[in-house]
Design a protein around this ligand. Sequence first.
Ligand code: GLY
Ligand code: MN
Ligand code: MN
Length: 472
Amino acid sequence: MTTDDRDTIAPETTETAAAATTNRKQPFPAGFLDSISTGWAQRPASLPAQRPEAAYTAARRARVSAAFPGARLVIPAGSYKQRSNDTDYPFRAHSAFSHLTGWGADAVPDSLLVFEPTGDGHDVTLYLRERADRTTTEFYADATIGEFWIGPRPALDAVAADLGIPTAHIDAFESTAEDRSVDVDDELTRFVSEMRLVKDPYEIAQMRLAVEATGRGFDDIIAELPRIVDTRRGERAIEGVFHLRARTDGNGEGYDTIAASGPHACYLHWTRNDGAVVPGDLVLIDAGVEVDSLYTADITRTLPVSGTFSAVQRRIYDAVVEAADAAFAAARPGVKFRTIHEAAMAVIAARTAEWGLLPVSAEEALDADRGGQHRRYMVHGTSHHLGIDVHDCAQARREMYYDGELEAGMVFTIEPGLYFQIDDLTVPEEFRGIGVRIEDDILMTADGPVNLSADIPRTADEVEAWIARGRA
Ligand code: GLY
Ligand code: MN
Ligand code: MN
């Protein structure tokens, strides 16, 4: 959407009157226009201190520069996306842009990070639309970017000091034919995605913050559970409680919360969240806090709404814990990423076969060509990389990701589940409508995996005790 499309309260000059489509525009009288640009205090001259991640982002840019000698690289922050009419979704910068600049929740839309080739590397410049002078109509009449409307915007020198990157006004950016080189675009997209597979110490610290903050959100849901049950759409209340904790702590969320009660838990990405939360059912909650740097947690807990698991719920729950524990035990540096999934699926196949759900043995179900019968009850993967995106490193090559080896510094989920849909005639009636997922965020170290979310109760007994404490 261009600013011209905006239904702003703009001055009725000849030019804007001609373009006006609004039915609620007020003219700005001469007295307003004569005075609006004056009487403002000087902006502070002091510059912000460089943010601590700047040293890490400089190292990342150096790696990109070394990988693309002689190429001109343009990495956009992206733009607002329209929600409806003149409302947009909250802006969220492209992950590669944030990773290379350190500009997270406060990034200015439509900025560009440009690597201009020089003799022995690149000159890197961050182009952005600097705030307009207060003598311009942008200041008071542009609802998209005017400071009167959206609040203070940074100056070029402040951004340069903050991020440690030279800046220039976006109007000084000149695109060239090479910017559009598809070859480099594809290679660059892949490179910046693969560069995120192994996290640096700053990123790991951010992940820890995101996981801790997510734990607080889950604690609040537990404490509110008795009141949530009493609401018309308890799933929305769960979503709201998590959101309130995230916002109260000053954070955001990395993806739409899944609050899936009863049979909804079997819909893997249930975000409609319009159901009741009913005692006797399980409720599956998959939620993650995103911190300012945009690193996000991705954690799932499945709770018995009444406070205690029924025998069949516990049997299914324990099988998922067993699958998660097997996956964790299989994860260590040097083994393939897919080993994690294989370890979890061996448990899922064994348990579903033992319960008589499969038309074949567990061994046959695990056959790479003819098997897979158990996957009806867990169609998703067990793990994905996690970081600035919830499904991080999405453009990495398969040989670097699923078929790649685990390394110290990788952060990924372990999230097996079992889902017996309400109308699945292949399972006993008592299983139908039960869905369980347990999702933890794992840091690989040289000594093996560390469960970053281990403090959030996880086993059936721990979860029951957690709910009991919430009610005490
Ligand atoms: N929250 C989405 C996922 O677990 O992958
Ligand atoms: Mn996940
Ligand atoms: Mn998740």
